[in-house]
Design a protein around this ligand. Structure first.
Ligand SMILES: Cc1cc2nc3c(=O)[nH]c(=O)nc-3n(C[C@H](O)[C@H](O)[C@H](O)COP(=O)(O)OP(=O)(O)OC[C@H]3O[C@@H](n4cnc5c(N)ncnc54)[C@H](O)[C@@H]3O)c2cc1C
Length: 376
C-alpha cells in the first residue's frame, strides 16, 4: 500500500528529501503522472497543499469511457447520453454519440492515488531554484520535477496573472438536489461571453457559470441561476481556467494539466485532458527511470507532444471567440438548433472526443527497466 503522510498543524514537520520523481499537485494531472510510475521501484513523491481529494476543483463531469478505462467506474454518480441546451426562449436536446458522467472527486483521486503507489505529503509549493522545489515545509530535490499545480503554474517563470492572462473564470454551487439532465445555458442573461450549467450528481447538483472574459464576475449570475433552478446557492467553489495552451516544459520542469493550459477552450473541459497529458508525461518519465531514455529526451519528446496540440487548441479558442460573439445575438438559438441533427452532433462530438481519446488510457504498461535512472 502507498505511504500516506498528510501533516497538519504541529505535525507539519520540516521536509528535506531527495526523490527520483517529484510531482507537485495531486489532482487529475499529478495523479495521472504518478499512476504510470507504479511498480517502477523508484521513489516517487506527490505533494499537495491539501489531502488527496480534499478540495474538489470542478463540476466533475467527464466522458464515461475515460473513467471506466482508468478503472474509476465505482466513482461514477450519474451518466447522461444527452445535453439539454437552453437559449433565450427556447431549449434544445443534443443526443450525444457517447456519454458523460458526473463523479465523486474524492473517490476518483483516491482510486488514482492507489493505482500509483507513490508517497504523498502535504506541503505548499512556493517556487523552485533549478530542480530544487521550495515548499512551506522545506526543500525537495529531484532530477524529474512535475508541475501539476493548476493554472498558477507555480514552478514556471513569467506567468501572467488575471485579468491580463488568457484565463476564463468559473464558479459553481453544490446544493443537495436531484436532476435527470446535463443542462447548459447559452444565455446572456447569466453571462454574455460564456455559458452556465447544471450537472446533477446523484444527491447534489453542481450549478455554475463560466465566463470567457476574466473581468466578468460570475458570483451574482451563479446565485441567480441557482435560484432560478430552485436550489440553494451554497457550497461555492470556483477557479480560474486557462484557455490557451502553454509550454509543456521549462528548463528542467515538466508541466501538465491546467499548469500547461490543457483545459479545452469553449467547453472548459479540463479533466480528461489533464488525465491524457498526465498519463503521457508519466509514460515519458517511466522511460527515464527505467533507463530507456534520458531526462533531456523526455523533455524534448513531451514538449513535442504538447506542441502538436497547438493547432487544435487554437481552433477551439476560435470557436470560443465565436460563441462569445454570437451568444448575445438571435443567432445562438439557430446554432443550438442545428445541433439537434444527430449527424452533426455525432460528427462534432466524435471529433471533440478525439482530442483526448479514452483509448489513451489503455496503453500497455511500460517494458521492464534495463538501465539505472538516467538524467541528462
Ligand atoms: C467551476 C469549475 C467547474 C469545472 N467543471 C469541469 C467539469 O465538469 N469537467 C471538466 O472536464 N473540467 C471542469 N473544469 C476544469 C477542471 O476543473 C480543470 O481543468 C482540472 O481540474 C485541471 O486539473 P489539474 O490536475 O491540472 O489541476 P487542479 O485540479 O486545479 O489541481 C491542482 C492541484 O494543485 C494543488 N495546488 C495548487 N497550488 C498549490 C501550491 N502552491 N502548493 C501545493 N499544492 C498546490 C491543488 O490543491 C490541486 O490539488 C471546471 C473548472 C471550474 C473552475
Amino acid at each position: 500500500m502507498p505511504v500516506r503522510a498528510t501533516k497538519r498543524g504541529v505535525d507539519r514537520t520540516p521536509l528535506d528529501r531527495d526523490v527520483d520523481v517529484l510531482i507537485c499537485g495531486a489532482s487529475f494531472a499529478g495523479l495521472a503522472v504518478a499512476r504510470e510510475l507504479a511498480g517502477s521501484g523508484r521513489e516517487v513523491l506527490l505533494v499537495d497543499r491539501y489531502d488527496i481529494g480534499e478540495r474538489q476543483t470542478s463540476a466533475c463531469a467527464a466522458p464515461t469511457e475515460w473513467l471506466t478505462n482508468l478503472d474509476l467506474g465505482p466513482a461514477v454518480l450519474q451518466t447522461f447520453d444527452k445535453l439539454v441546451i437552453h437559449t433565450p426562449g427556447r431549449s434544445f436536446t443534443w443526443r450525444l454519440p457517447w456519454t458523460f458522467s458526473t463523479f465523486d472527486y474524492r473517490m476518483v483521486c483516491e482510486l488514482l492515488f492507489e493505482q500509483g503507489g507513490a508517497d504523498f505529503d502535504t506541503a505548499k509549493v512556493d517556487g523552485r531554484t533549478g530542480s530544487t522545489v521550495h515548499t512551506d515545509r522545506g526543500d525537495l530535490r529531484s532530477p524529474l520535477v512535475v508541475d501539476a499545480l493548476g493554472w498558477r503554474r507555480v514552478l514556471g517563470t513569467g506567468t501572467v496573472q488575471p485579468p491580463e492572462a488568457f484565463l476564463s473564470r468559473g464558479l459553481e454551487v453544490h446544493p443537495e438536489g436531484r436532476g435527470d439532465d446535463l443542462e447548459l445555458w447559452l444565455d446572456p442573461k447569466y453571462v454574455p461571453r460564456g455559458y452556465s450549467w447544471s450537472f446533477p450528481a446523484d444527491h447534489e447538483v453542481r450549478v455554475g457559470v463560466g465566463s470567457f472574459d476574466p473581468r466578468h464576475h460570475v458570483k451574482d449570475p451563479t446565485v441567480q441561476l441557482a435560484r432560478d433552478e430552485g436550489v440553494e446557492p451554497i457550497g461555492f467553489q470556483g477557479n480560474w481556467i486557462p484557455h490557451k495552451l502553454r509550454k509543456g516544459t521549462e528548463d528542467v520542469v515538466f508541466f501538465t494539466g491546467d499548469s500547461a493550459g490543457h483545459c479545452l477552450p469553449v467547453t472548459a473541459e479540463g479533466i480528461r485532458t489533464a488525465l491524457h497529458f498526465g498519463l503521457t508525461l508519466g509514460r515519458e518519465l517511466r522511460s527515464v527511470v527505467d533507463g530507456r531514455q534520458t531526462r533531456e529526451q523526455a523533455l524534448a519528446r513531451y514538449a513535442q507532444f504538447n506542441d502538436a496540440h497547438a493547432h487544435t487548441f487554437l481552433w477551439m479558442k476560435r470557436v470560443q471567440n465565436l460563441v462569445g460573439r454570437i451568444n448575445p445575438t438571435p443567432l445562438m438559438p439557430l446554432a443550438a438548433k442545428a445541433f439537434e441533427s444527430d449527424r452533426l452532433t455525432r460528427w462534432a462530438f466524435e471529433h471533440y472526443l478525439a482530442i483526448a481519446p479514452p483509448t489513451a488510457a489503455l496503453a500497455p504498461p511500460a517494458p521492464a527497466r534495463t538501465r539505472p535512472l538516467a538524467v541528462a
